[in-house]
Write a protein that binds this ligand. Structure first.
Ligand code: ASP
Length: 325
């Protein structure tokens, strides 16, 4: 039980600037990130599995209307919610994912069911909801996922006539009206995710998202795609991504980092730098990720203005960050 254990998480990356964030809003984001971190870390502290820790942390973020996942999910073109989630176990590369879920309160729980109760990896809607109901997962009507600021973002996106990443500071969230600002409605990202290494040396990763505002045609981003938005393998690393999904899909970001470590023996930090800054940034692939390797080293790289992020290690102190500097 001498292994360092650690957990890192994100709540989305994008144009998040200090000048436009109110002190009150910042405090709310920090507290929500810290609460999710601590609930996941507690699992590790008590000897629990990395997989349970990342799921616990992601559920906490899914339940928080500040983030674009679960309760705070963005709207599709048609005005509903289509949520994606995935998780992966670094022990044996077992994985589960769902796309387009509309009523599952915590899509990450459904991803776990896919992994453990079926012989599949990825289930689309409505099959994933059939599975969720079969196993008694909490389901919610559309109103549960309604937040005024996400609805306003959809109206703006419809006017602009394009799909948008909408995850940073929210304008008028239903639950906490006073605390939010909306600094740049055209460039916002989100998604939530977590990675962990437990006391037994195992890695895991989990990611959950509402996707992009005004998405249509059952669009699917990187978040539920194993190897793109989520990846975990004890031999290399665990990764959860956030950013413009189309770019992360084409770069197979999470798996690419693992490959650089496996085939070129690069460190986690170096592999992350190459993929996030050298490959994604030049082509406009804005976003970032949280990563952890087999020794418990953490990397939180992003090429956007900011990324909601937090980490805690048995060998280090608690860190919560939002901006670049
Ligand atoms: N990657 C997510 C998607 O493209 C969005 C995000 O992370 O903000 O669906």
């Amino acid at each position: 039980m001498d292994f360092p254990f650690a957990l890192a998480l994100h709540g989305g990356a994008g144009t998040i600037s200090r000048t436009l964030m109110t002190a009150e809003a910042e405090q709310k984001y920090r507290l929500a990130l810290q609460a999710a971190l601590e609930t996941g870390y507690d699992v590790l502290r008590h000897g629990g599995a990395a997989l349970d820790a990342v799921q616990t942390a992601v559920i906490s973020l899914e339940d928080c209307p500040l983030f674009n996942a679960g309760r705070g999910a963005v709207f599709t073109h048609e005005g509903h919610h289509e949520m994606d989630a995935s998780l992966m176990d670094g022990r044996d590369r077992a994985a589960g994912a769902v796309t387009g879920a509309r009523h599952i309160q915590n899509p990450i729980r459904a991803a776990r069911l896919v992994m453990e109760k079926t012989e599949h990896v990825l289930l689309a809607y409505p099959g994933n909801e059939e599975l969720a109901r079969e196993y008694g997962l909490a389901m919610q009507p559309a109103e549960y996922f309604f937040t005024q600021h996400r609805y306003d973002q959809l109206q703006e996106a419809l006017t602009e006539g394009r799909m948008r990443l909408d995850h940073s500071q929210a304008k008028v969230p239903l639950a906490e009206p006073a605390a939010f600002v909306d600094e740049d409605p055209k460039k916002k990202m989100g998604t939530v995710g977590a990675v962990a290494r437990d006391q037994h040396g195992n890695l895991a990763a989990a990611t959950s998202t509402g996707g992009m505002t005004n998405k249509r045609y059952s669009r699917i981003g990187d978040s539920p795609i194993i190897g793109a938005g989520t990846f975990a393998d004890n031999r290399t690393c665990a990764i959860s991504c956030t950013g413009h999904g189309e770019f992360f899909l084409r770069a197979m970001v999470a798996h690419d980092i693992a490959c650089l470590m496996e085939y070129r023996s690069l460190s986690l930090a170096e592999a992350c730098r190459i993929v996030v800054h050298d490959k994604l940034a030049p082509v406009g692939g804005e976003g970032g990720l949280v990563a952890i390797d087999g020794t418990g080293q953490i990397a939180l790289p992003f090429n956007s203005d900011g990324m909601y992020r937090a980490s805690l290690s048995s060998k280090g102190s608690l860190y919560v960050g939002i901006y670049k500097d």
